[in-house]
Design a protein around this ligand. Sequence first.
Ligand code: AMP
Ligand code: GLY
Length: 409
Amino acid sequence: MKVCVVGSGGREHALADVLGRSAEVVVTPGNPGIPGSIDAPPEEVEADLFVIGPEVPLVDGLADRLRAAGRLVFGPGADGARLEGSKAWMKELVAAAGVPTARHGTFDAVEPAHAMLDTLTPPFVVKTDGLAAGKGVLVTESLSEARNAVGDYLSGASFGDAGRTLVIEEGLVGPELSVLAVCDGTDAVLLPPAQDFKRAGDHDAGPNTGGMGAYSPVPIVDGDVLATVMDRFIGPTLRELRARGIDYRGVLYAGLMFTADGPKLIEYNVRFGDPECQVVVPRLTSDLAQLLAEAAEGRIRSTPTVSDEAHVTVICASEGYPASPRTGDVIHGLEELEGLPGVQVYAAGVAVDPEGRLVTAGGRVLDVCGRGATLADARERAYDAVSRLSWPGMHHRTDIARAASVSTS
Ligand code: AMP
Ligand code: GLY
């Protein structure tokens, strides 16, 4: 089978790596750190299966265009991708499906939004309706910061058109979990859960990012939790989508929070999580290409199997990420990582400069992954590898999987 992966980040590198165990893989546009990268629009690539990584082309209808041309595609059409493209629509759909989620209001004017904030207790949560690369969510203890954000979002000052409609939610508290469901339009199978670290700094300080690290397995999760996720979240959502005529074939990523009142949905994404993909998909011991092709065809027949090994990924980011990442810094030390046992680097934001050197080209630059018998082993390998890398302004969190590896060692 020949598979075309669409995208250019660490998630796509991980997908290409694991799909490559059983299939021939090309990645468009990819990046200079991903083998098999080609410079061709997906519409012009010949492949047996297309796997679309990022949310923007999904929301823009790339899956629909490829399907209209007779291609086999793993990824929802624009109708299903609205789950991520419009938080207001997502909240309406999950309410209709009876999925537990935070109470919310949708607003396009300042006064009613302020009025709702004034009824809430901290933490206050303000979200753009539209896509903002994982950065459009403000969670703050400060009512005045939340009130100010309302004006900045609605005016377009903070996030352009993505924030001209906004969602305010009651603030939930508890550990978070990312569960990726592979869906065939009717049924789904769950991949092993992961935990993501969304804030830029250690101890969850600083602004939200696309994700600064992740690990899998997650010690707090057992089989009962996964059954609940299927019964109360993924299943009802797929049925509601179907009832609305939406044939959802792709990943449905549930971002959940375990509150004192039980698990609640924080968000749906319509793709593999980045960086969750980098720690979940490599754990598969069954054939990923086969599974995604079956889902794309509309009937999953195989059951994914996973290894017990632990995986940890640490994102090395460029100076200024997430606000204004600096690019063009020369990356040092990558060659030292070759051959280190249990270490894999996925390339996210990299380019080659005119002198042929690998340089930073985005906010999240390299995903350094460690694997081992325990989370503590995996974490040690990942951080040992990180310590050998450098470029001016490189930063990373030092606490990825720390608490979980202590609780299980
Ligand atoms: P989202 O992009 O919707 O997943 O939000 C990004 C992050 O903001 C989540 O992973 C949570 O850490 C936090 N968050 C979002 N919604 C809420 C909420 N209602 N209560 C508390 N934290 C939230
Ligand atoms: N890691 C969070 C996301 O992919 O949206």
